[in-house]
Design a protein around this ligand. Structure first.
Ligand SMILES: C[S@@+](CC[C@H](N)C(=O)[O-])C[C@H]1O[C@@H](n2cnc3c(N)ncnc32)[C@H](O)[C@@H]1O
Length: 346
């Protein structure tokens, strides 16, 4: 069998061009999660349009198509067949997986925002690298959450999402935006805010906890999803959350360049340098991740080379996923940012 995936042109042309190689890598990580052996990933121009094609040893099942539907670049899936001596494309049924409107991650625009499709790709890569096929109800933490792009994308996947962000204003804005979005969409929701502090006032932070359900019926059945943000320093994450609380950690580290920070405040050295941040936080991040859980981090290799990032991860007790596809995520974002993605398992 042969399949062709039509790539979503996305919201950003520059990102689309760079994302072609990321798409192939994301697909390569997804294929082992399908129920039949697949391979031969190839780019193709079909009718003048860009596709990624691959072969499979048997017809894909509905749950395989559900996995492919979630890939960040996939717009449509076709099964390729011969009809009357010519190649014909048959559209496959995509899964409508979105728990909440997919526009939730695209409406807010601000300097330093992580591209939503890239963010979705990071979440997918973390899930596939862990060997999981399920997203719904899994706990996802972004330890450097900014104004919540990872959390919004995780919510689209039906995950329970948590973020830690040092900038209080970014946290307040993300939560205000979500509340407005939920009000307009008539979701059932409630917000609780509490102060958190460490023993002997070593730190103080503020936790905003939102529970949401898509209507009265889900609320009655107690089917709530969680969106929570802590305005505080990520190095204390193991004091905000229990050990082994999260299935996945996904984050886009500060870029170490002028516009790489979305908080507009408290721009300490720590929040600028990814190396200092990793040194201060990785042990705590490891504590709150489940054994077998995966951490996916994006960062600017111009300010922290990949080998140095890997060394920091290994010395904090993570197992970095090396070689092959795991080293095919590097791409240019702009003149000063050459971004990479590292995946590491606890
Ligand atoms: C590249 S931005 C993340 C952007 C985010 N993905 C978004 O789209 O809004 C990195 C974030 O890490 C935050 N940060 C830096 N140091 C931190 C720390 N020690 N604890 C928590 N957050 C921190 C910065 O304030 C910044 O918002």
């Amino acid at each position: 069998m042969k399949y062709a995936l039509l790539a979503n042109p996305g919201h950003n042309r520059v990102y689309f061009e760079e994302s072609k190689k990321l798409a192939a890598a994301e697909l390569e990580l997804a294929l082992p999660c399908l129920s039949v052996p697949c391979g031969d990933i190839l780019p193709a121009q079909i009718g003048g349009v860009y596709y990624l094609t691959f072969s499979s040893e048997a017809v894909l099942t509905a749950s395989d198509l559900a996995i492919l539907s979630r890939l960040s670049f996939v717009y449509a899936i076709f099964e390729e067949n011969m009809r009357e001596g010519r190649t014909a494309f048959f559209p496959c049924e995509m899964e409508n997986y979105a728990y909440i409107g997919e526009d939730i991650g695209t409406i807010l625009k601000y300097t330093g925002k992580t591209n939503e499709l890239f963010t979705r790709m990071m979440i997918n890569c973390a899930v596939f690298a862990s060997g999981a096929r399920e997203f719904t109800g899994k706990r996802l933490l972004d330890p450097v959450a900014g104004k919540g792009t990872t959390l919004f994308e995780g919510l689209v996947y039906g995950m329970d999402v948590y973020g830690v962000e040092i900038g209080d204003r970014a946290v307040a804005e993300a939560c205000r935006y979500l509340q407005k979005y939920l009000q307009m969409g008539k979701y059932k929701h409630s917000l609780k805010t509490e102060r958190v502090s460490g023993a002997g006032k070593t730190f103080t932070a503020e936790r905003r906890h939102l529970e949401l359900a898509r209507g009265r019926e889900e609320a009655k059945r107690g089917e709530y999803r969680i969106f929570e943000m802590v305005a505080g320093n990520s190095c204390y994450v193991n004091q905000f959350y229990k050990k082994s609380y999260f299935d996945f950690l996904v984050g886009d580290l500060p870029y170490g360049v002028q516009h790489g920070n979305v908080t507009n405040e408290g721009q300490t050295k720590l929040s600028r340098s990814p190396a200092a941040l990793l040194q201060a936080c990785l042990t705590a991040w490891r504590d709150v991740l489940k054994t077998g859980g995966v951490l996916a981090l994006a960062w600017n290799v111009n300010v922290l080379p990949r080998e140095a990032a890997e060394r920091l991860l290994e010395s904090a007790g993570f197992t970095v996923l090396h070689g092959g596809v795991y080293e095919r995520f590097q791409h240019r974002v702009d003149q000063s940012i050459l971004r990479d993605l590292v995946l590491a398992r606890k």
